[in-house]
Design a protein around this ligand. Structure first.
Ligand SMILES: Cc1cc2nc3c(=O)[nH]c(=O)nc-3n(C[C@H](O)[C@H](O)[C@H](O)COP(=O)(O)O)c2cc1C
Length: 222
């Protein structure tokens, strides 16, 4: 199968156009609702989808955070730099609309978890609370911060504790029930995707590799 490609030099398009291509190409992106606390003790929550698990040892998660249109840092960034802590709450389908309320650019004095009627519980090892609706919450300490220029920053956090719904994790082998988690992903534009169309694709050893057609038959998921 051959596909004709439209090749776009990123030097010839605007930053917003670059963003649209990235956001529509790197999909689906997991969504972290990040909870953090300001110096004054104000709880904040906001979703981030330029987000992923980036290393296993040490266990690092990372996300990209843009500045506000007026060039000021978003509340999440300011809180993380000041406190050195944040919590990643994995967003599931049953509360995706509540996550969306937390994306509204409220004043820094507003607690988005209250606006979205999300219940929170105190963190165990850190000061940031976790969202009770989240089947998985990861308590993180700031590992590093990198400016990406005038418009944004990258944050890396080291996970120090995971809170996982008790029916979701097998504590003998630490497998997590992916169907039960029912995580949602962000697609391009205003699009989202569910993760219910789940299939296994077993890892191959070189000795098992016959023809590509055989491999397609083994996969047997289509
Ligand atoms: C699903 C979703 C994903 C988002 N991902 C990002 C992101 O990766 N980076 C970013 O800077 N803003 C992202 N936003 C926008 C922020 O959530 C929004 O600017 C929010 O108001 C920031 O809040 P804060 O000032 O309380 O930190 C996203 C919004 C939504 C709805």
């Amino acid at each position: 199968m051959s596909t004709k490609h439209c090749s776009i030099n990123f030097e010839h398009i605007t930053a917003h156009e670059q963003y649209k291509i990235l956001a529509g190409s790197v999909v689906p992106r997991p969504i972290a609702l990040i909870t953090s606390v300001s110096k004054k003790g104000q709880v904040n929550a906001a979703p981030f989808s330029f987000f992923n698990a980036l290393a296993a040892d040490p266990p690092l998660v990372g996300f990209g955070i843009q500045r506000k249109p007026n060039g000021e840092p978003k509340d999440t960034y300011r809180n993380i730099i000041e406190s050195g802590e944040f919590t990643v709450n994995i967003v599931s389908d049953d509360w995706v609309e509540l996550m969306n309320i937390c994306a509204i650019p409220f004043e820094e004095t507003v607690d988005e978890t209250c606006m979205a009627e999300l219940s929170v519980q105190a963190g165990t090892l850190i000061g940031s609370p976790r969202v009770v609706n989240a089947m998985i919450a990861l308590e993180c300490v700031l590992f590093s911060e990198q400016s990406t220029g005038e418009r944004g920053d990258l944050i890396l956090g080291k996970v120090v504790m995971a809170h996982i719904g008790e029916n979701l994790v097998n504590t003998d082998n630490y497998h997590i029930d992916q169907v039960g988690l029912d995580a949602v992903g962000r697609m391009g534009g205003q699009g989202y995707a569910r993760t219910r169309d789940y299939f296994d694709l077993k890892s191959l050893k070189e000795s098992e590799l016959g023809t590509v057609d055989q491999v397609r038959v083994w996969a047997d998921h289509k």
